[in-house]
Ligand binder design. Structure first.
Ligand SMILES: NC(=O)C1=CN([C@@H]2O[C@H](COP(=O)(O)OP(=O)(O)OC[C@H]3O[C@@H](n4cnc5c(N)ncnc54)[C@H](OP(=O)(O)O)[C@@H]3O)[C@@H](O)[C@H]2O)C=CC1
Ligand SMILES: Cc1cn([C@H]2C[C@H](O)[C@@H](COP(=O)(O)OP(=O)(O)O[C@H]3O[C@@H](C)C(=O)[C@@H](O)[C@H]3O)O2)c(=O)[nH]c1=O
Ligand SMILES: [Mg+2]
Length: 298
């Protein structure tokens, strides 16, 4: 069984790599060998790799920068997944891809389901939605895991930003009117491998019977302010000395950024439980584990 894993230097790819390696031969080319910004070249690369399964966590994830780099974000997040799916479809090769809460407009306060109507507010969200639709349109066997607020002890993410700012400043000002589920890369990758029977012909059957979009986030919900507070409290309880004295909850309009983010990023976990029997940990529990890992690295 040969698995092609993209983005293995990113948060989700890095967490997936050792788990997949335990179960399959993994080919994990970096950007220089498998460049998603050159979708036209991907079919040729895939033809020489000949994977039995493709796992594609590589993506353009710079939400604010995407507002100025629309063309590049769409090439990487929409045209590349389309090219991969067009190669995979006629060969019956299944594709695991990743989507985001940012495909939604954030209205209301009910958790979004997989069949809820999207309405992205940002170029990043639009480009990711276009990728999701392109994969389905190409007719490839696929699972698209829709996740949110991804972080890990390493990588570029909100946890690392808060660690840095809390070490430098006495006051943090963090938006409290965007609600979602912080999700560790490790939670995502464990769920992904739990979905996959990697031997025999069970793999194709899994995708035929249970394919499509599935929400995959930690359980529970909080705001970015709640998440930042839990990070700071968790670090302090581990004896980490920080400069921060106050974490002020603010409204989104008090923190000007280029890209608009959804207020309601809640994703419903019912389908993940019913279709795959997977129940992710609460975000607080996952954060606790990630802070233990983080602490061991400092
Ligand atoms: N981060 C988040 O909060 C969320 C992420 N998602 C989705 O989950 C998936 C995984 O995200 P995550 O692991 O956090 O992302 P990261 O930003 O941590 O990693 C993205 C990876 O993609 C690679 N990449 C970027 N551009 C290219 C390119 N042109 N060709 C090849 N590789 C490229 C990067 O390579 P390099 O190291 O060279 O830059 C990096 O390894 C993505 O689909 C993302 O949209 C969904 C919801 C939330
Ligand atoms: C650093 C900082 C951020 N914020 C706010 C800005 C924003 O609304 C929120 C999160 O900031 P970030 O820019 O880290 O998050 P952002 O890059 O928008 O994170 C998103 O990334 C993409 C890839 C996704 O798919 C999403 O699920 C989500 O995780 O916190 C503050 O209010 N104060 C601060 O000091
Ligand atoms: Mg970001």
């Amino acid at each position: 069984m040969r698995v092609l894993l993209t983005g293995s230097a990113g948060q989700v790819g890095r967490a997936l790599l050792p788990l997949l390696r335990e179960r399959a031969d993994v080919i994990s080319p970096l950007r220089d060998q498998f460049d998603l910004s050159r979708p036209d070249e991907l079919a040729g690369k895939l033809e020489s790799i000949k994977p039995d399964l493709i796992v594609n966590p590589a993506a353009y994830t710079a939400v604010d920068r995407a507002e100025d780099e629309r063309e590049l974000a769409f090439r990487i997040n929409a045209e590349a997944p389309r090219a991969i799916a067009q190669w995979a479809a006629p060969r019956g090769v299944p594709l695991i891809h990743f989507s985001t809460d940012y495909v939604f407009d954030g209205s209301g306060d009910r958790p979004w389901r997989e069949d809820s109507t999207p309405g992205p507010l940002s170029v990043y969200g639009q480009s990711k939605l276009a990728g999701d639709l392109a994969i389905a349109e190409a007719g490839a066997l696929h699972v698209i895991a829709r996740t949110s607020w991804v972080y890990a002890a390493s990588g570029a993410n909100f946890l690392k930003t808060i660690v840095r700012l809390a070490g430098e400043r006495e006051q943090l000002r963090i938006v409290a009117d965007q609600i979602g589920a912080p999700t560790t890369a490790s939670t995502i990758s464990q769920a992904i491998v739990a979905m996959l029977p990697l031997g025999g012909d069970g793999l194709r059957k899994t995708f035929e019977q249970r394919g499509g979009v599935v929400n995959l986030v930690c359980a529970g919900e909080t705001s970015w302010h709640g998440f930042a507070t839990a990070i700071v409290v968790g670090l302090q309880s581990r004896g980490v000395k920080l400069a921060v004295k106050e974490i002020v909850p603010i409204r989104s309009d008090e923190f000007p950024v280029k890209a608009k983010r959804p207020s309601n990023s809640r994703l419903d976990l019912t389908l993940l439980r019913e279709r795959f029997g997977i129940a992710p940990p609460d975000w607080q529990q996952a954060l606790d584990r990630e802070l233990d890992i983080f602490q061991a690295t400092i």
